[in-house]
Design a protein around this ligand. Structure first.
Ligand code: DC
Length: 215
């Protein structure tokens, strides 16, 4: 069973996808972490994320097992990830890796949940269930701000919710307006707006959709 979970940044798709993978005992792949790892590798080499050759080289050398989960979550890497993710050669270089994960999930799992921007449209167009998770820009900024300040343990930092909103708006525009696999719902995706939903309520709604669609 393949479940595709797509949506914009901070829509709640990652938390939801992780919970669904546990509930249905499926493998889980956060595909955003791949673009983040490519971006981190470019930045660590001292290159410009907009440098096509440097980004492609990093994508070709990507190794899932060495991704540094903490280092890829900074604001600088988020920004650079949305730049490298707009490059078609970068996307092509890590496409097979994602499809292979879905085809042969690790740990002998009987399927996988993949979350990202183009899982239902490009990576797994034949997924058993496709969810497109949305939330208002304001609510996403609120969630991401709490997450960032919580993680940094520094509520007095210079970061404001307005900065986070502006950053999300810019990343949204890049993700939705690029020509290479833009963020958009697959025609057969189930739309799930989590603006007014708790994590648990969003999970229950998604679980009900999956139980009905792929009993
Ligand atoms: O979901 P995220 O914020 O970790 O994603 C990081 C960046 O990678 C974001 O700008 C969108 C991009 N991305 C993508 O283009 N395609 C995917 N399947 C996953 C993420």
């Amino acid at each position: 069973m393949i479940i595709a979970v797509d949506g914009p940044a901070a829509s709640g798709k990652g938390t939801l996808a992780r919970k669904l993978s546990k509930h249905f005992d499926l493998a889980y792949l956060d595909t955003g972490s791949l673009y983040r790892a490519v971006a981190l590798s470019v930045l660590s080499a001292g290159a410009d994320p907009a440098d096509n050759d440097a980004a492609l080289q990093a994508a070709q050398a990507l190794d899932l097992s060495t991704i540094d989960e903490t280092a890829i979550r900074t604001a600088e890497v988020s920004d650079a990830a949305s730049i490298v993710a707009a490059m078609e050669p970068v996307r092509a270089a890590i496409r097979d890796l994602q499809r292979e994960f879905a085809r042969s999930p690790p740990d002998h799992k009987k399927g996988a949940v993949l979350d990202g921007r183009d899982i239902g449209t490009v990576i797994c167009p034949d997924a058993d269930v496709k969810l497109f998770v949305e939330a208002s820009l304001e609510e996403r900024a609120r969630r991401r701000f709490l997450e960032l300040t919580g993680r940094q343990g520094d509520r007095a930092s210079a970061l404001t919710q307005t900065d986070v909103l502006a950053d999300l708006r810019a990343r949204d525009a890049r993700d939705r307006n690029r020509t290479a696999s833009p963020l958009k719902p697959a025609p057969d995706a189930h739309l799930l707006d989590t603006t007014k939903l708790s994590i648990e309520a969003a999970f229950e709604a998604a679980r009900d959709i999956i139980d009905l669609a792929a009993p």
